[in-house]
Ligand binder design. Structure first.
Ligand code: GRG
Length: 296
């Protein structure tokens, strides 16, 4: 993702802080089987965009907090995201062979190891929050927020509904309801976690959450458009898959042009939610624009 000219200054420096911190969480004790450890490292340290952890860090700084205080939350959200990618790629779900430009976890290892690597990342995420976020009441709020966003009514529920959805029953409201949970919930909670680690007021947390909800939907609409016409080399995953599977997507439901308009509308709604932050919100405004302009 070439965001350096847009968002925020020194994005590569942020990414390398995130990658170093993630690496530090993949040193396991002797009781962790080597193959499982390898599979976790293979997935977690693979070259992703780090979009969600970047949101944590930018939101924290915008609320007057520090990268140092926010980085455990950034790692936790990337761990949850990573588990969801590993499980989504399994034959029982989306059955994908390519992720982040590499063979998916179950292809590189085996299915059981991929299930277990995904499983392991969930408690790892909550352990990082509990052990590394200070003070304890903020850690507890982070745990509650991330648990809800990744739980049965949000990430997992959205995925379950997506898997069971019949195209014949489709309408825009039900599609958006799925995507607000499957994609939007983790994006939105990333912003909230950043705010929490910075001690943001309830009003500011609410604005960040609103921004995240709209941004998440814009991100998903663009993801659908990129699946339709994006390049496999840039995306690092197989494209053109949704149409082949007759999957419910924005362009399939409302067409390409309306999808582009809807993404732009969501990006504007996200920007509007940032009003209480004034000029300080510039990086997040640029990011909302970047999300609709991205090509990977
Ligand atoms: C298995 C509970 C469970 C959930 C799976 C990840 C997921 C939910 C579904 C994958 C399909 C999909 C289109 C999800 C939307 C979210 C999305 C676009 C994920 C990819 O995120 P990126 O583009 O990936 O940020 P990188 O690799 O850059 O981190």
């Amino acid at each position: 993702m070439t965001t350096s000219t847009l968002f925020p200054p020194d994005i590569e420096a942020y990414r390398s802080r995130i990658d170093d911190a993630l690496k530090s969480h993949t040193r396991f004790d002797d009781d962790c089987p080597e193959k499982l450890a390898e599979a976790i490292r293979y997935c977690l340290l693979a070259p992703g965009k780090r979009f969600r952890p970047l949101l944590v860090l930018v939101a924290a700084e915008m609320c007057g907090g520090s990268i140092e205080d926010a980085i455990p939350a950034a790692c936790a959200v990337e761990m949850i995201h990573n588990y969801s990618l590993i499980h989504d790629d399994l034959p029982a779900m989306d059955d994908d062979e390519l992720r982040r430009g590499r063979p998916t976890c179950h292809v590189a290892f085996d299915e059981a190891t991929a299930v277990l690597a995904g499983d392991a990342l969930i408690p790892m995420a909550f352990e990082v929050l509990v052990k590394q976020i200070q003070p304890a009441n903020i850690a507890a709020q982070c745990v509650a927020a991330l648990a809800y966003a990744s739980g049965p009514s949000q990430l997992v529920g959205g995925q379950a509904d997506d898997l069971g959805f019949q195209f014949a029953e489709a309408d825009l409201d039900s599609l958006e309801r799925i995507h607000r949970r499957k994609t939007g919930a983790l994006i939105s909670v990333s912003l909230k976690l950043g705010g929490l680690t910075a001690g943001a007021s309830p009003e500011k947390l609410q604005s960040l959450t609103e921004y995240g909800k709209h941004l998440g939907l814009a991100f998903q609409i663009v993801d659908d458009l990129l699946d339709l016409e994006g390049s496999q080399a840039k995306m690092g995953k197989k494209t053109g898959k949704d149409a082949g599977l007759g999957k419910l997507t924005y362009p399939a439901l409302i067409g390409k042009e309306q999808s582009q308009l809807r993404a732009a509308e969501m990006s504007q709604a996200a920007i509007a939610a940032l009003e209480p932050f004034g000029d300080k919100a510039e990086p997040l405004r640029l990011l909302a624009q970047f999300v609709v302009d991205r090509n990977q």
